[in-house]
Ligand binder design. Structure first.
Ligand code: ATP
Ligand code: MG
Length: 137
């Protein structure tokens, strides 16, 4: 069974749709095995997105991710990483398929409502970035 790190980003938290997103994930039979709400510091956000350092959108991304609280959570399911990315939809909202979370809730390519790990290695790193082992059920 696989785990992935999910973030409900600041624009989605501001829209008051945390429950709506969780409901969709539960309907898709993901188990939420860890969850917390936090307001990322710049240092935390930069460390989390270190792979994007130096890219043109990096500063915009960090400013956005620190603009308000986020929900970070660990989702567990068979093929959780790829299945959750399907449910999120494409990074660029204009390419996201109807019915995906980003199609419904993204405001633009940066403020795209949700994050999901993109590989087994990044899932392990990202889960450990936010959660101690005894916070994951
Ligand atoms: P995430 O890592 O948040 O799940 P992703 O894996 O679909 O999204 P990445 O390429 O890892 O996309 O980019 C990380 C985040 O950086 C995106 O979710 C988005 O918020 C922002 N971003 C990515 N590409 C761009 C871009 N071209 N312009 C502006 N922001 C971008
Ligand atoms: Mg990514």
């Amino acid at each position: 069974i696989e785990q992935t790190l999910s973030i409900i980003k600041p624009n989605a938290v501001k829209k008051n749709i945390i429950g709506f997103i969780e409901s969709r994930l539960e309907q898709a039979r993901f188990n939420i095995v860890a969850i917390k709400m936090i307001h990322l510091t710049r240092e935390q956000a930069e460390g989390f997105y270190a792979e994007h350092e130096g890219k043109a959108f990096f500063d915009r991304l960090i400013t956005f991710m620190t603009s308000g609280p986020v929900v970070v959570q660990v989702l567990e399911a068979e093929n959780a990483i790829s299945r959750y990315r399907e449910i999120m939809g494409a990074t660029d909202l204009s390419k996201a398929l109807a019915g995906t979370l980003r199609y419904d809730f993204a405001d633009n390519v940066t403020e795209n409502a949700v994050h999901g790990s993109d590989s087994v290695e990044s899932a392990e790193r990202e889960i450990a970035y936010f959660f101690a082992n005894n916070e994951i059920f």
